[in-house]
Design a protein around this ligand. Sequence first.
Ligand code: ADP
Ligand code: SF4
Ligand code: MG
Length: 402
Amino acid sequence: MTTTTDHVTTTAPSTSGASGDREVILRVGGLVKHFPRRTKGILPRADDPVKAVDGIDFVLHRGETLGIVGESGCGKSTAGRTVLQLIKPTAGTIEYLGKDVTGVHGRQWRRLRTEMQMVFQDPYGSLNPRQTIGSIVGAPFAIQGIKPPGGVKAEVQSLLERVGLNPEHYNRYPHEFSGGQRQRIGVARALALRPSVIVCDEPVSALDVSIQAQVVNLLEDIQNEFNLSYVFIAHDLSVVRHISDRVAVMYLGKFMETADRDELYANPLHPYTQALLSAVPLPDPRKEGKRRRILLTGDLPSPINPPSGCVFHTRCPKFREELSDADKQRCIGEVPQQREVAPMHQVACHFPGPATVDVVKLESVEDMFARAAAEGAVNAEDVGVPAASVHPDPTAAPEPQT
Ligand SMILES: Nc1ncnc2c1ncn2[C@@H]1O[C@H](COP(=O)(O)OP(=O)(O)O)[C@@H](O)[C@H]1O
Ligand code: SF4
Ligand SMILES: [Mg+2]
């Protein structure tokens, strides 16, 4: 349902972020994840939980990438894991292809796992060091009891090849690979069961810039090839801009602003988005020196006791510098709902408006990657050579001389 107040359209959460007539693959409504707090040796406390995710709504279309961006600790990973129901939602609904799948378990949950997968942030921690690459990438088949037509080994080798790794390295262990190669292994594992949706949680944040480019390009290639939909979580605004069709900006468990990528970066209307964009360093030091920044004062407040009304009011530059006392009272006392301020552009702010300073001169990610390459970040990953072959183990027996 849609109502209009003060020239602003208020949209029901279930239609949040709809774009065009494309098939909706995932619809998330009022998603909440509160963690009970634990005190040493005592049972979890139901009072004052950690409000990691506090009511988010979005839709994801087939073949689309929704970027979720925000400061560390704002609830991005929890949102991703809750959407996949790797952790149980406290409240809210998750629909997959029009069917409510919230709280499914047993066989239904396992089936859902074949459709929705995750690529994790930490390419070192997310792979079992005692398993070979073959068993890591083949695990989803074993868990689901699925036998690919040509056998698991052939399927895994073909997946390894598809993600740019040497299929002959099937029997090697994760420590023999570099960070970027391990992330490729994580991508192969996520791809194994041919899912429709992959939640990528900061998949390139731990990698060098030049290697980030390769993994981002791989994710884009397989998205096109397999018609995948991504939820792409990151704190890097340049990377999110590069890969996303739409972007949601998250703060203290809530979405502050959601819009098509180009609209969000060219015309940010929420003071938080504006502050984030103005904080991205520019590569040219002369331009950087001249630029005015929107300062975010203070740290991210605790999600155990978030500020009243608009959760951003304790750090909001607009609240601090521009609003009248009466307007400030509104920010303190009333939670702003996501409102559609332009087609497919939603903002959770009582006083949305254009930034007063130039915030959007971001270095394009292509420039960023090109700069890293020019700075000599040469690596052997292009040809899928394991790290151990590039940096031989000094304790290993010498190669026989021929
Ligand atoms: N299992 C958990 N138990 C209690 N608090 C948690 C748990 N996981 C995350 N949190 C808290 O939830 C908040 C959001 O965390 P997270 O989703 O990891 O944020 P992000 O991915 O944006 O950095 C943080 O305050 C974090 O400490
Ligand atoms: S509602 Fe008020 S405090 Fe919140 S972002 Fe808007 S202006 Fe700032
Ligand atoms: Mg995280």
